[in-house]
Design a binder for this molecule. Structure first.
Ligand code: DGJ
Length: 738
């Protein structure tokens, strides 16, 4: 049950759902105090329960004659600079007179039963109770509104600034949300890495001062995912408190925790204030992106479940929410740039025979793109490679009974292209300076409407006449030399944000014109794996690293925030192209099942035994995918902690479950292990793969499935042996099975 209660006498707002409460109060100077975010509370609530009114030494105080009210000692909801709080502010606004001082006081509020969408930006949607608290600064005539939406599994926040005055002001910082937690006994969990090793889990205790993650690359980045978890030291998957935040945004971000000398932990998140300055003219509004905040008292498993359910229902568009995703075959690792129509059709034919549902033509079909040196920006078909165009090829693929998908990288341009010759001014960068490249390519200035429109027009020429069901939208260079030739000097600080708004605009134009095309976002793999992208593209390529063993960590880390249905996961060839590792087809398949599932290898080179195995994998996944794409995910063993990994999915009704266990390195003479299953009905019996008789849910959950070690020597056995083993089990409630 979701609600927002306002207690006028106490000047308290209580935002609440079944799992969490969030309490905000109006302080005596009419600024807002943050009083509580945690386990769901029962009313009545009073300010006196939360406020300290401490008379501390060496503070600056707000009111003359009152030495106990200092903002520095308060827990604040949206802290400002300069009026007795010396910690980091949530916003900085530069006024006409050069001052960054402000005094935003509570003016009014509204409680609404419906949430309105943000224009031009991704946002949460669906059933929510909304609270808007309006604050006003009389000197600058600015209206600052804090907007909250209470959903079943999360609370979403954002900020809006409106200029009611006669003079322009500059926004230097406007965080989406900020909360002051009453203690510092937290550990910060972040999801960091780099290309091909995205979202590894790093956990460190909070210490006094600032700890933060950020991106100033123009994309949310593979380096730090725009999400953060605070957990107690004793919190595990199955017990304990945790708070999670994730930004619905794909550009530069900052997530920061500041621990002050009163042991208060200030957590804030929003657009990175570095290289950001937004000119807000009279009468104009600026909207921050939304930040999703969730809380649990029962472990990381529940925290992830909150995120997963929230994302599936309130970020992914309704249309894609309950659709299982097609099993795909992508030609990238099979051919790279070296293909023609015959080769592609030959691959697709083999794929169709195995049961693949979607063939994806990756990079190299356009312009004179035979390598990564050139071609980007020329979105017309290379008829030497594809004499029948995308239209002809897409029809041939459809004739094989498969859907057809196409790779694009619309934000980029190479040298020696028609686009670069005709529109050199479309480039991002200061024309009086050198512009850096990455992968031989340059970034187009998507902060400009004409650039976005030009790319859209080119893409429609290809897409309109063809039978395209899926797009893979790639992005392989971060923004350097952020400068737009069309913006005036005093608005160059807007480039990064305007760029990502341009990307969203193109997404919007394409999804409006082609509502049935499924988009998978990609940024050299997982370089833009964020909720902003997922609003438009319901799945994302998790990583360019397709090695099954590497993927254990990548997918495990990703699952802390994102549901399986958003994670692109493919079986690729051995030796693996990123790490040269040899793993069995079974292990590669078992890992890839935990995502949208597909293949990325040359099927024409597979042996008939391998093809038979792939046919079986595809059949198996088709039976299992509704469960995998819509069920709740459980992490049973972590690859970050042990030699083993175990994952599980259970449907909401606890009717069926899918369990997998992976072992990285073989060990000699091992003991029997027991894998305790989660989330079953303890009073019911379940049929389990490999067991003749059904087993009680309570036994499976409390004793576990027995994992007999294989003898890793020379034994001839059907059980997997050696390094990189995997096993899977399907569980079905006995009373429903035939
Ligand atoms: C990077 C992507 O992550 C790969 O999957 C592939 O699409 C290449 N780009 C193509 O250039």
């Amino acid at each position: 049950m979701k609600k927002v209660v306002f207690d006028e006498k106490e000047r308290l707002f209580h935002l609440k759902n079944d799992q969490m409460s969030y309490v905000v109060g109006v302080l005596m100077n009419k600024h807002l105090g943050h009083f509580y975010f945690g386990e769901s509370l029962n009313e009545p609530l009073k300010q006196s329960y939360f406020r300290t009114d401490q008379n501390k030494g060496l503070t600056a105080n707000v009111f003359e004659g009152n030495s106990s009210f200092s903002l520095n000692n308060e827990r604040l909801e949206y802290p400002c600079y300069g009026t007795t709080d010396f910690r980091q502010s949530a916003f900085d606004i530069l006024g006409e007179n050069g001052s960054t001082l402000s005094d935003f006081k509570y003016k009014t509020h509204r409680i609404l039963s419906e949430k309105t969408p943000l224009t031009g930006m991704p946002c949460s949607h669906g059933d929510a109770v909304v609270l808007e608290i309006e604050l006003y600064d009389d000197v600058m005539d600015l209206e600052l509104t804090l907007l909250y939406a209470v959903f079943n599994h999360a609370i979403v926040r954002r900020t809006r600034l409106k200029n009611d005055g006669d003079a322009s002001v500059y926004i230097d910082k406007l965080m989406s949300g900020s909360i002051d937690l009453p203690d510092n006994h937290w550990e910060m969990m972040q999801f960091s890495g780099d290309w091909a090793r995205e979202r590894a889990i790093y956990t460190s205790p909070l210490r006094p001062g600032i700890q933060s993650i950020y991106s100033n690359r123009g994309a949310s980045s593979a380096n730090h995912n725009p999400s953060l978890i605070l957990k107690r030291k004793e919190t595990t998957e199955f017990h304990g408190e945790a708070i999670g935040v994730s930004l619905i945004y794909s550009g530069n971000f900052l997530a920061q925790v500041e621990v002050d000398s009163n042991d208060i932990s200030r957590l804030m998140m929003g657009i990175s204030p570095d290289y950001f300055k937004w000119k807000l003219c009279p009468g104009k509004c600026f909207d921050s992106p939304e930040v999703v905040m969730t809380y649990t008292s029962t472990g990381l498993e529940q925290l992830s479940k909150n995120f997963h359910r929230f994302i599936r229902k309130h970020i992914i568009q309704d249309k894609w929410q309950n659709r299982v995703r097609p099993i795909l075959l992508n030609n990238w690792e099979a051919t790279y740039f070296d293909f023609d129509e015959d080769k592609i059709v030959a691959l697709a034919k083999e794929g169709a025979k195995l049961g693949v549902e979607l063939f994806v033509l990756d990079d190299g079909w356009f312009g004179n793109r035979d390598s990564d040196q050139t071609g980007l920006g020329d979105w017309f078909v290379n008829t030497q490679k594809l004499p029948n165009g995308i239209k002809g090829l897409s029809e041939k693929i459809h004739d094989l009974g498969m859907q057809f998908g196409l790779w694009i990288e619309p934000e980029m341009v190479n040298n020696q292209t028609k686009l670069m010759k005709e529109h050199p001014d479309f480039l991002m960068g200061d024309p009086s300076r050198k512009i850096s490249h990455g992968r031989n390519q340059y970034v187009l200035d998507f902060s400009r409407d004409d650039v976005v429109q030009h790319i859209f027009d080119q893409l429609t020429l290809v897409l309109d006449g063809s039978h395209v069901d899926y797009i893979k939208w790639d992005m392989n260079k971060n923004i350097t030399e952020a400068y737009s030739r069309q913006l005036p000097d005093d608005q160059q600080g807007e480039v990064f944000h305007r760029y990502i708004l341009g990307v969203y605009k193109l997404y919007d134009m394409l999804t409006t014109r082609y509502p049935n095309i499924l988009i998978e976002s990609c940024a050299s793999g997982g370089g833009r794996f964020d909720l902003g992208m997922m609003y438009y593209a319901p799945q994302a390529w998790t990583s360019d690293n397709t090695d099954a063993i590497e993927r254990l960590k990548i997918q495990h880390g990703t699952s802390m925030i994102y549901p399986l249905v958003t994670m692109g996961s493919h079986v690729s060839a051995i030796p693996n192209h990123q790490v040269a590792r040899m793993t069995s087809l079974k292990t590669r398949g078992d890992v890839a099942y935990f995502g949208t599932f597909g293949y990325e290898l040359d099927v024409t080179q597979m042996s008939s035994a391998e093809k038979n195995e792939m046919t079986e994998q595809i059949k198996y996944f088709k039976n299992m995918r509704r469960l995998i794409h819509t069920g709740d995910f459980y992490r049973l063993l972590s690859p970050f902690e042990t030699n083993e990994t175990a994952w599980q999915v259970v449907d909401e009704e606890k009717e069926e479950a899918f369990v997998a266990w992976f072992k990285v390195l073989a060990k000699p003479n091992e003991a029997i292990k027991y894998l305790k299953i989660r989330g079953l009905d303890e009073h019911d019996l379940y049929y389990v793969t490999g067991y003749d008789e059904p087993i009680s849910g309570s036994v499976l959950m409390n004793h576990g499935i027995m994992i007999r070690p294989s003898f890793n020597g020379v034994e001839k056995t059907k059980a997997p042996i050696g390094d990189f083993q995997s096993r899977v089990w399907y569980l079905k409630k006995a009373n429903n099975s035939q």
